[in-house]
Design a protein around this ligand. Sequence first.
Ligand SMILES: [Zn+2]
Ligand SMILES: [Zn+2]
Length: 629
Amino acid sequence: MIKNDKLLFQIFGSLKPKPKMNGLEWAKKYGYLSAENSAITGRFKPYKYQEALLLSGTDEDVAEIWHPKSARVGYTKILNMLVGYHIAESPCPQLMFNPNDKKANEWSKKELKPLLRDMPIVGEKIVRSRQDDTVNFKVYPGGVFESRGGNAAANYAAATAKRVNLDEVDRFPDDVDGEGSPIELAIKRTATFWDSQAIFGSTPTITGISKIEEGFKKTDMCYFYVPCPHCGQFQIINFNNIIWDKEFRQGVLTHLFQTAYLKCIHCEEKILHKSKKNITSQGEWRQTQKFFCCDEWQDPKENNNWDKITDEKYIAESLCKICNKTAEYNRNGRKKRGFHIWAGYSLSPDADWSNIAEVFVEAKDATSRNKMKVFKNVWLGESYEDKTIKLDGDDLYNQREDYTLVSNDAVVLLMTVDTQDTWLAYEIKEWKVGEISRGLVYGNIIGDPMNKSVWEELKKISEQDFQTEDGRIVKVFKIFIDLAGHKTDHVKNFVRGNQDRFVMLKGSSNEPKDNDARPMATLTMPKKGDLPIMWVATTKAKDTIYERLTLKKGDYGYMYYNMNFDLEWFAQLTAEKVVFKLNAKGYMERTYIKRRNRNEAIDLEAYQLAAVRLLQDMELIDLAIPDVE
Ligand SMILES: [Zn+2]
Ligand SMILES: [Zn+2]
């Protein structure tokens, strides 16, 4: 339902007096933390790093605010204060977007409702008698407030507002119903106001596709600098500079998280966690966006030349190292302001540096890559770089090695087969301890799998001899063959007659959950008279393979290839790319899509990995890394 109170707020809007207070003064005077959304209830006392957000949220010169952030930094509170301010102190029409309708409803109930109840200065402005007064729609003298889901184009249409807020913008669709990016759609809603403002906040997701990071890069990119208690020099609290002691205790690497401290980049002294409150209360926001002045590009972080903070200037502006003038982006026009903040600054008890270090080590040691993504996004407020996106087939081709013999320490030789409509693709490789694998041959058997000759050739190839470096003859142990769509019956018939060595397989591409403990492969035992099938968790297997393709020679899991593997193989191996899609529940989900038609190589490798896992699970082979003294 689209409301039209345009006339109402145009009249009030034009009569409106100038606000007496800015956002910070107002929040300090009236701000209240409600039980629904705060661990501590009562008067709102902003942290130092929150002050600039409140000031820029009510600064006419600021057109856009981009706020990449972690959890635990109190962003929602800031947003609430700004919503309240623009109802009570400087009323104007406002739109609040969350990723979907459900989140929009939740936000209204959890944030807006308590705000109106616990801050009477705001609540009493709402015209309650109106029939259209709902959880998501409020009318007050001078404006209306609407809370909407950001995933439907209809929710952007026909609404006008001076202020738009998009929370968790990285969880919005890239394109809303084919009508464009949610960022553009939202900003369009403000086009009739010269003093409009759009605020975008989010924990970032994936490098390269994160909307909040992309937007932040187009701002003045402010970071919060804090002074060292020893040398007095300012720096960003950077997770890379948080250090803690480690000790070997009877051969066990033990992290002493409670020793975590920040190492000053200037004097190298220890800045202890107990000084966090003190140093953050003396911090200031400094611009780090590069700029061009006096014929050269300048990096504020290298210049180390910022203007002083004053009553008028709540941001330390970057200055030219030659002429000392403020950076070009501060001179004319309305500003795009960016603020990056993360849990390392937070005074919330679970954001102690020791705790963050512990979460990091857990994520680093976890088998699921999702944990590191969560750590980067939710704790550091940074995007996660998915290396698989950058894989290059030519680079891998150039890393091939010249070998033909099987290693002396090979544990097993496996063959995988991918069934296509008019050919079979296969790969044979050896597996060693630590799941190091070496490709021996790959090839295609051309012909419709309906033809007997195709199967005869497959059998012949699977039975060939391989020679080890020390002269022994070895053979493929098991062959795993894809039970592909069209040719299922032919595959079954062949495997039935050769089940001592051949195993059928099927891929299941369901996305594993964050802490999915399901194995990469499972064997379903057949009903009477039927054959066993190995089920492959394809996404999980491909994740591991793409990660392994970024390893260095000698690492456990490294995949070697010899000269039999040609450019076509590597093109196929990197033929799929990860994309992130929102699933029905509004969560980001990874999935692989094909970039080219032929991609058997990545499937063959996924089957190899699944097979070697299955054989280990069944204790038929042992590739475990021996304990090192
Ligand atoms: Zn220092
Ligand atoms: Zn200059």
